[in-house]
Design a protein around this ligand. Sequence first.
Ligand code: 4AD
Ligand code: MG
Length: 445
Amino acid sequence: MATIISIQNIAQYEGQEVTLRGWVYNRTDKGKLQFIQMRDGTGIAQCVAFKKDMDESQFEVAGKLTQESSVIITGSVRKDERAPGIPGGFEVGIKTLELIQMADEYPITPKDHGVEFLMDNRHLWLRSSRQWAIIRIRATIISAMRNWLDNDGYMLVDTPIITPSAGEDSTSLFELDYYEEKAYLAQTGQLYNEANMAAFGKVYSFGPTFRAEKSKTRRHLMEFWMLEPEMAFFSLEDLMDMEQRFISHVVQTVLDKHQAELKILERDTSSLERVLPPFPRISYDECVERLNKLSDEATDPEQKQLLHIDWGTDFGSPHETAVAEMFDKPVFVYNFPSVFKAFYMQPVEGRPEVCRSVDLLAPEGYGEVTGGSERISDSALIEKQVKKMGLGREAYAWYLDLRRYGSVPHAGFGIGLERTVAWICGLPHIRETIPYARFMNRKYP
Ligand code: 4AD
Ligand code: MG
């Protein structure tokens, strides 16, 4: 019996007889030779069916294999520099071929398809090598984030999806009928993280979050995954120090492990290689000043208008891109105006119109990938802020308790997984960063 192997390990089996189980990615017919590109989920290997080496009926089947047919192939591994594949450089000379299922005509072929067609066939599109590369990098980003935190004394504590109140703002809530009472899908795990922080010190949550945003941009999903650390006795400066180490670890781990995938994505990795601490830090005030200076100097009227910003308004994506372009690394923007930031953010002392908040902007136009702040720890102030949300105090009673029983200065942030995947993979649109994207106009498949 030959050993059943994963294609990613094929190099270890040179000269040996192995069994591969998987799907036909592609096939080239050369008469007495059939070149079968076989994928098994871990890689792609070239398998060669040669008439003289095989049982006649099996060779016949090889010559009929359709794209995505499922097969079990046994043969010997030989080194061949020219053999295509992932990792490539080895091919399998087929001895036996067992057909599991001859696939119907496959809807996705190597020709160009429209994006909506591909999204309708997302359950199949995931098998193509570009999607495969993205989702593998996504998995590594998740494990790199979690490993770094687990090794640095943070503890994973889960937070609920069904919640009685808004976690972030009251405008983008998905409402549920919860046994005849209103409930909402979580926009964030943060408020619960704050309770968990007081119980365990340094915590994080990681789960799906929901925003009923009426935006159809290339950066917004209605359902996205967010990882949120929350730390007792952390200041805004502590938060930025921690975030830059955390983000750098994630990016460097992907560079270490996924050169093959990044190559499939044609990602220029030079800007990722620079993602090492320290990251530059710039205040919102200074951004506004610099953006308006750029706007004044711009000769193109459209550019002039896009770059202009009135103090007190949130950045649009042209502003984020322009700020990021001032630096060659991700950049922290801190002390935003309170008017457009969340209710729980700590006002700056002596200047309550701005808050101790920080967003991390990724380079190359990827914009905000993390958002965080110091939290209000004063009981009276948080009470006032909760009232502004207009969803009723009762639903927040437990949250207000946190300021009554051993309130401490604390801070945390949230990182959007899909935006991080888009940035690291260099993707123009967020739809490919999650296996099954949810948009205003899409919940299928
Ligand atoms: O800036 P946001 O809204 O912050 C929070 O929810 C805080 N409670 C986090 C915290 O401090 N614990 O969201 C955080 C990040 C954003 O920077 C962005 O990367 C991502 O979540 N994000 C989205 N990603 C995809 N689609 C959307 N609609 C997103 N909204 C936010
Ligand atoms: Mg934000």
